[in-house]
Write a protein that binds this ligand. Sequence first.
Ligand code: HQG
Length: 188
Amino acid sequence: MGSDPYKKVSKFISLALRHDPGAAGLKLDEHGWADVKELIRGVNNTGRDLDLAMLKEIVRTNDKKRFAFNEDGTKIRANQGHSIRVDVELKPAAPPDVLYHGTATRFLGSILGAGQGLRPGSRLYVHLSGDYDMAVKVGQRHGVPAVLKVDAGRMANDGHVFYLSENGVWLVEKVSPEYLEMAVRKQA
Ligand code: HQG
């Protein structure tokens, strides 16, 4: 992971395709697609090195499969993680009984203590993971990690819609505190 030679440019592409297309002089369509040639040109215009071969390699090798080309390879979009309102045609899916959310200990007061539950913040959805260890990594991005266990089975029974992104991230609009508890690491 640390040896990914494309990490910097790939982060910039994430920014452009999820949050700020203008940073690369781009416009996304309603489904989040950007024109591949425009993306390459836009990234080059910011002084970053990128050509089609590199972009293909980035999409293929990205550790979280963050991006996808359309069928004829003329367009590209982020699979999930957007803050801008685009419809990436997420598929509703029945979640496993338990999902995890990685956060930081400093947020637990408002999530559990103040009873806000999980909110999407600047993104369109709350991000959940089927995997405890992945949730720890997500939480570490914000500080000392804390992992919450989400009673996804009961939420689904209660009518909450879950989506599974193309790259395997579970998404839901919000999680009320009644479905949350602190997770305890499973014994190996
Ligand atoms: C927290 C990465 C206070 C929430 C990851 C999180 C993920 C609250 C932070 C993806 C709260 C938002 C998304 C409340 C939630 N009060 N804090 N009521 N409700 N929060 O970055 O889930 O590498 O927007 O716990 O792998 O950390 O970019 O979301 O700590 O899949 O592809 O507010 O980003 O993927 O932070 O991460 P974020 P996230 P990529």
